[in-house]
Design a protein around this ligand. Structure first.
Ligand SMILES: [Zn+2]
Length: 214
């Protein structure tokens, strides 16, 4: 696993590839700005960087990462709404055409939701943050009977993606763009052990694998 020295070596390789001889892509991004068409809401988990998994270039995707790739409901209280602010910028300023909620297997945030956060008390944030997905937990317990069921984690991860898709639609300016046909929502789930990417199919009511071969 990379320590800081290894990361700085990585930066030097990146610099060599893109800035020793000026890469036209970076010239364009620096001078013309960013025009990503897609916002991805992914987990902070170090194993599931969407830019790496989707082989995306700088400028391709606008990314928000937080614990368990959750979207809170639209709220106008005095809290610090970091995720909502990033969604607002992507939708209202960058005019993204797609929003992907990008869940994944073995998500520790979902584990905390099902089995309890590692810390509790006033100075801990994870448990309170994961309350956003309480509905997903309830669904999971209903379907699986117990949080210890072998399928519980997967069911809850998928359901939390759907909760986030639902919460996205509580943002009035976002919903308006969907109704105008200018914005589409997508729910994805990435399986770490097999590399399988599943997408939510509304008509089938299920997450189904996309073909992985080119
Ligand atoms: Zn996660």
């Amino acid at each position: 696993m990379a320590d800081v020295k290894a990361l700085l070596d990585g930066y030097r390789r990146f610099y060599g590839r893109h800035f020793t001889r000026r890469d036209p892509l970076f010239d364009q991004l620096a001078t013309r700005g960013q025009f990503p068409k897609t916002l991805i809401i992914a987990c902070s988990d170090s194993r599931v960087d969407p830019a790496i998994i989707l082989d995306a270039d700088p400028g391709d995707i606008f990314v928000v990462r937080n614990v368990a790739n959750l979207v809170p409901p639209f709220e106008t209280n005095s809290g610090h709404h970091g995720t909502s602010a990033a969604i607002e910028f992507a939708v209202r300023n960058l005019n993204v055409k797609h929003i992907i909620v990008f869940g994944h297997s073995a998500c520790a945030g979902i584990g905390a939701l099902l089995h309890g956060a590692p810390h509790d008390g006033e100075d801990s944030f994870i448990g309170r943050w994961m309350h956003i997905a309480d509905e997903a937990k309830e669904h999971t317990l209903h379907v699986c009977g117990t949080a210890d069921h072998p399928d519980a984690r997967r069911v809850c991860e998928e359901q939390a993606v759907l909760t986030s898709l639902k919460n996205l639609q509580t943002f009035p300016w976002l919903k308006a763009r969907m109704e105008e046909g200018n914005l589409k929502l997508h729910g994805w789930h990435f399986e770490l052990t097999t590399g399988t990417l599943c997408t939510w199919k509304e008509e089938e009511g299920a997450f189904t694998p996309i073909p992985a071969e080119l």
